[in-house]
Every structure is written in C-alpha cells, then in structure tokens.
Design a protein. Structure first.
Length: 453
C-alpha cells in the first residue's frame, strides 16, 4: 500500500496531516475493539432524534444475520410508534418498555425524527429488497406527516421545534430543514418508482413551497467579508431563543452538511445543501476551525512541540454551557462528522475538480500550504488528520469506549459514555473513507491505504 505522507501538524496553526498505514491499523483496531460494548441491552428510553441507522453503518459491524435481526427489531419499534397515531410522531423521548412517550419535562417537539426515520427505512429497503414494500409503507407515514397541514394552515415541517441539542427552539434550523429536504427528495424518488405520482407531486409541492433554499437562508458573511459560511439559525428572522445561544457557528451545521444531501443520484442536483467541496463549505470549515481553536485550549496546546497532533476537535457553539463549569467541550459526534465531510469531499473531487475559488478557500481552511491542490488525496489526508486527532483522546484505560465529549483543557473523554450516535458517526466516517479511497485508487492506479471495517 502507498502511504499518505505529510508532516503531521495541527490546523490551529499548521498544515494538514497525512497519516501512515501503521497509525491507520491502530485506529481500525480501536473501532473493532470498542464495538464489543455495543452488544449490551439498550437504555429504558430513546429519542426519535437518536442517530437513525444512517448508511446502516453501525449495523454493518455485525454479522449479516445479526444485522438483519437487529434491524427488524427497529422496524417493530417504528410500527409501534406509528400505531399511536400522528400526535406523537415528533415526540423526542420514549419509554421502550411501555411503548409510550416519556411523560416528564423534555424539549419537545423534535421534527428531525420523522425525516431521519423515513430515510433510514427507505435506504434499508434498497439494501433488503424483500422488505422494501413494508418499509416504504412505514416511511411514507413519516413523510406524509411532514407535509400535513396543522389547523393554522402551516405544514408540520414548519412547526416550531427543538434544535438537535434539545436546548433552543425555532421553525427554521439548518439541521432540521436539511434532513427534511433530503427525506422528501428521496420520498419523491420512491413514490415515482412505485407509480405513486400523486404522492410524489405532494412531496415536491411541500419542498418547493415550505422548505425552499435551505442554504440561502442560513449563510452569513465572514468577519473580513472573504466569503459566506453556514449558520444553524436563519440569517434573518431568527427568534430570541436562537439569538440567546449565539448559534452563528454551531456544530449541527457540520452534521447537516454530512446528512442533509440525498443519497439518490437522480435527485441530488435538486438539493439546496451544497456539495462537500463547495466554496461555502470551505468557508464554513475555515470559520469553524478559528472558532473552536479559540474556544478549546486542547486544540491550541496540542499544536505545538514535537508531539503536535493533526486535525482539530469540534464542539457545539460558543455559548455552550453543558457538561463543563467554564463552557462547552469538543464532541466526538461532531468531530467525527467533520472527518466524514472531508471524506465526502474526497469522493466529490474525484468526479468534479475544484474551481480556482474553491481551491483557494479550501487551502485557507485547511492551512494546506503550497502542496495542497484540492485533490481527492488531499481531502483524504484532511479527514485522516481529524480521525487521528480523535483517536488520540480515546484511552486504553476506558477500554477504547467512546464518551460524548472531550474535556476542553485536559483532553480526557468526558460525560455520557457509549452514546449510539458517537459510534455511528465514527463508523459512517470510516465507511465514507473506504469508498473514497477505493475511488481514488481506481482513478489514479496508485493504491491508497484503506481501512477495512
């Protein structure tokens, strides 16, 4: 295998890194060992916003028969949820044993649950064709709910909802609208495939009338007006709740960029969520790098000396006060999503070279230096830098388990342990890397070190 080589440096002050084959073997071992912890019984409650099997990547770690059994248990749960009717379809937290919504206080509703659930079911139907009919019947219930109108005439997809972090409310978060758009685009495709032109048109009408151009409403000029980057709250018309939490920079946007584009190529051109190599994505990464390097001492401290680390750790937003006395911390979920985004950029650049403007923006965002030319290998290296940074904070003392956060000062893992979405997002990143590296190798004729899950 040909190794990806560059000086390993941190993005807060230095250039991107390219990791070596030995380091990647170590990272793959970390993933393999830590998966053992996922075979335990789940908690008594779950949320509809919990990571919804995206790519089924978390399931791919299981043997085929066990994967199918696990998935069918999930389908049984979705059937129970739908049997309760539309009034609880956007409930965020459920008591599994009683199959009923959590009755005590919580941030509700959460309208990202239905589109995420629908996408999981539709994608699984393409994986397991024998269940495709049943899965589509369930998925369209969530999609039909999204486009249904309330008494005041507004669609459910425009309801005031809690954000991804269950802290603030708005009817127009970037994350929510991005995954809604992707779900409806995929719903249009599925409707057309089964000959349901009426439903396809209904989804298209809702998309055009009430979702619109998600990116256009969620972009703001950088401080020096070098370009526009993406925000979680709308640029104009944001409510007091959004403004209170200062969400001009929010890690939910990175997740929206990763999971907000349709996976069906025939409809991808209709997505308003930009491609991973887009100028606005580069500007977003640049601004977010500056923000999280400034906020987290661990990012700055590890950029100096002979043991400097590559990449950067991302968290939620500047005003975050959850999980620490002096402010928020980097999150495993969001950092892994950044790696995933960069691997997606590697795939995109394999098919479509960067424009001069995009290349300049990405070079600035990743501090790539003269050796950075926006090639797929450059983006693979950038994603590797992020995952290698993340791996550095996963301790053998914790048996390689993942926690929710990484302490902003000490670098130790922190807070909730073994959250599904932490593992799922790391696995999603590795699945994307595997695909991107294979395409790079096929196009260039030069092998790339590939992680085998």
């Amino acid at each position: 295998m040909r190794e990806l080589k560059h000086t390993r440096r941190n993005w807060c002050h230095h250039r991107i890194s390219r990791s070596d084959a030995g380091a990647w073997t170590y990272t793959a071992r970390w993933i393999s060992l830590s998966l053992d912890a996922r075979q335990q019984p789940g908690p008594a409650t779950m949320g509809t916003s919990a990571w919804q099997i995206r790519h089924a990547a978390d399931l791919y770690a299981l043997p085929a028969s066990e994967m199918e059994i696990t998935f069918l248990q999930y389908v049984d749960w979705v059937e129970l949820l739908h049997e309760r009717g539309s009034s609880t379809i956007d409930e965020p937290k459920w008591n599994i044993q009683k199959a009923e919504p959590y009755a005590l206080g919580w941030c509700r509703p959460q309208t990202d649950g239905p589109p995420l659930r629908a996408r999981s079911l539709m994608q699984a139907g393409r994986l397991w064709r024998k269940y495709a009919g049943k899965l589509w019947d369930l998925a369209k219930k969530d999609l039909d709910w999204l486009i249904a109108k309330q008494k005041d005439g507004t669609r459910n997809l425009n309801k005031v909802t809690c954000d991804l972090w269950e802290e603030t409310t708005s009817n127009d978060f970037f994350w929510n609208k991005a995954v809604m758009e992707a779900a409806l685009l995929e719903g249009i495709q599925h409707s057309q495939e089964v000959g349901d032109a009426t439903r396809a048109q209904a989804y298209l009408d809702a998309l055009q009338e009430d979702v619109g151009d998600v990116t256009q409403r969620h972009q703001i000029w950088s401080f020096f007006f070098t370009g526009k980057y993406l925000t979680e709250c709308p640029t104009t018309g944001a409510g007091a709740s959004c403004k209170k939490y200062r969400k001009e920079i929010d890690g939910a946007v990175i997740l929206g960029l990763v999971h907000g584009r349709t996976m069906i190529p025939t409809n991808a051109s209709h997505s308003s969520v930009p491609l991973p190599t887009d100028l606005r994505v580069a500007e977003t990464v640049k601004e977010y790098n500056k923000e999280f390097c400034s906020l987290y001492a661990v990012n700055r401290a590890e950029s100096q000396g002979k043991n400097q680390l590559p990449g950067v750790l991302y968290g939620r937003y500047a005003a975050d006060g959850y999980g620490a006395k002096d402010g928020g911390n980097p999150w495993v979920l969001i950092t892994a999503a950044l790696a995933n985004l960069l691997y997606q950029a590697a795939e995109t650049s394999s098919a479509t070279p960067l424009t001069h403007q995009e290349l300049a923006a990405w070079k600035a965002a990743l501090n790539g230096g003269s050796g950075f030319n926006g090639s797929p290998r450059d983006f693979l290296a950038a994603g590797d830098s992020v995952l290698m940074r993340l791996r550095n904070h996963i301790s053998e003392e914790d048996d390689l388990h993942l926690f929710e956060q990484i302490d902003r000062s000490s670098g130790r893992q922190y807070n909730a342990k073994d959250l599904t979405w932490s593992y799922a997002e790391v696995l999603n990143a590795l699945v994307t890397r595997h695909s991107a590296a294979a395409k790079v190798a096929a196009a260039s004729g030069a092998p790339v070190d590939v992680v085998v899950l």
